[in-house]
Design a protein around this ligand. Structure first.
Ligand SMILES: Nc1nc2c(ncn2[C@@H]2O[C@H](COP(=O)(O)OP(=O)(O)OP(=O)(O)O)[C@@H](O)[C@H]2O)c(=O)[nH]1
Ligand SMILES: [Mg+2]
Length: 301
C-alpha cells in the first residue's frame, strides 16, 4: 500500500527578538529569514518548507507582536495575527523570564481565542539556568492550555528534534503543498534585499535601522557575474551620512558583508552596487509602503 503523506502549516509567533527567525532557519538548515539582536527585525511573513519522509511542514515566521507606532508596525502586527489563523498548529515562543510582560500578556489573550493547538516553546535555554526554565514553564502553563511544551536552544541545537516530533503529531494527512526540494516561497530578489537590510541592522547604530528599507533596482542574471543595484532608503539626511560613513567606509562594509552572503545564496560571483536615498517618514506613507512591498497582502484580500 502507498504511504500516506502528511502536510501542514506551522506558524511561529512571539514578541520581537525572542528568536523566531533563528529557530526557523535552524530547522531548515539555511538562513532564509534575517536575524539580529535588534527587535522588529522581521517585517513580513516568511515561509520555509521542511520535508522529511512523508511529512511536510511549512513554517511561517512572522514579525514580532508589539504595540505598533506607525503604519509599517500596524501592517507587521496584522500579518502576524492573520498568519496563525491560517495554520494547523502554532508555536508560541518566549524566553525563560521570571515574569510575564505586557507584550506576552497581550499575545496570551489572543492565543486563548484561537482553536488550533498552541505549543509553548521556551527559547534560548543556553542563556538561562535550568531552574529558571522550569519556573517559566510552570508560570506560562498556568496561563492557558498548551498542546505541549518544549524548551530549546536554536544556538546549540538542544531539543530541536524533540520539537519536530511534537509538531508532527499535529500535522494532518494530506498532499504536500510544495515540491519536496522547495526551501522557501521567497523570491531570490526578496532574500537578497533582506540580506542587505540585515547587514545594515548589524553594522549601524541603534536609531537608524528601524527606519531603513532596501529596494532592488537591478537584478541581472544574464552574465557570469550577477549584477545587482540596490537602494538603501532611510528617513533623514543625517542618517544618510551615517550609512555612507567617513570616506564611504560604512557603506563599503555593509556591501562587503552583503556580497559574501549573496554569493553563498546564489552560488555565483556578484557585483553589488549600493545607493543611499532619503524618503522622509516612509514608514507612515501608505504609498511608499505599497511601493516597497509591505502592503501587498492587504491588497490581495
Ligand atoms: N543565546 C541565544 N541567542 C539566540 C537564540 N536564538 C536566537 N538568539 C538571538 O536572539 C536575537 C534575536 O533573534 P531573531 O531570530 O532575530 O528574533 P525574532 O524573534 O525573529 O525577532 P523579530 O524578527 O524582531 O521579531 C539574535 O541576536 C539571535 O542571535 C538561542 O537559542 N540562544
Ligand atoms: Mg524575526
Amino acid at each position: 500500500m502507498e504511504n500516506k503523506t502528511k502536510s501542514g502549516f506551522v506558524s511561529i509567533i512571539g514578541r520581537p527578538n525572542v528568536g523566531k527567525s533563528t529557530l526557523m532557519n535552524k530547522i531548515i538548515g539555511q538562513k532564509i529569514a534575517i536575524t539580529s539582536s535588534k527587535p522588529q527585525t522581521t517585517r513580513t511573513k516568511i515561509s520555509t518548507v521542511y520535508t522529511k519522509g512523508n511529512t511536510q511542514m511549512v513554517f511561517v515566521d512572522t514579525p514580532g507582536l508589539h504595540k505598533a507606532k506607525n503604519k509599517l508596525g500596524e501592517s507587521m502586527v496584522s500579518t502576524a495575527k492573520r498568519t496563525f489563523n491560517e495554520s494547523d498548529v502554532c508555536l508560541y515562543l518566549t524566553e525563560a523570564e521570571p515574569f510575564i510582560g505586557e507584550q506576552d500578556e497581550n499575545i496570551l489573550s489572543l492565543l486563548r481565542t484561537v482553536s488550533i493547538p498552541v505549543i509553548l516553546v521556551i527559547t534560548k535555554t543556553d542563556k538561562y539556568e535550568k531552574e529558571k526554565v522550569f519556573k517559566a514553564i510552570e508560570l506560562f502553563s498556568k496561563q492557558m492550555d498548551f498542546a505541549d511544551v518544549v524548551p530549546l536552544s536554536a544556538k546549540n541545537g538542544r531539543n530541536i528534534d524533540t520539537l519536530l516530533e511534537v509538531i508532527e503529531k499535529f500535522i494532518p494527512e494530506g498532499p504536500f503543498y510544495y515540491d519536496p526540494d522547495t526551501l522557501t516561497d521567497q523570491p531570490e530578489r526578496q532574500v537578497v534585499s533582506e540580506i542587505i537590510r540585515e547587514k545594515c541592522l548589524r553594522c549601524l547604530g541603534d536609531e537608524i535601522p528601524h527606519g531603513i528599507a532596501v529596494v532592488i533596482d537591478i537584478f541581472d542574471f544574464s552574465k557570469n557575474t550577477v549584477y545587482i543595484e540596490a537602494s538603501i532608503i532611510c528617513e533623514r539626511e543625517t542618517h544618510k551620512g551615517m550609512i555612507i560613513g567617513k570616506g564611504a567606509s560604512k557603506i563599503k562594509e555593509i556591501g562587503t558583508y552583503a556580497r559574501n552572503d549573496i554569493e553563498k545564496l546564489l552560488d555565483k560571483k556578484v557585483n553589488l552596487k549600493l545607493f543611499v536615498k532619503t524618503k522622509e517618514n516612509w514608514r507612515d506613507s501608505e504609498y511608499l509602503l505599497k511601493n516597497f512591498g509591505f502592503l501587498a497582502e492587504e491588497r490581495n484580500e
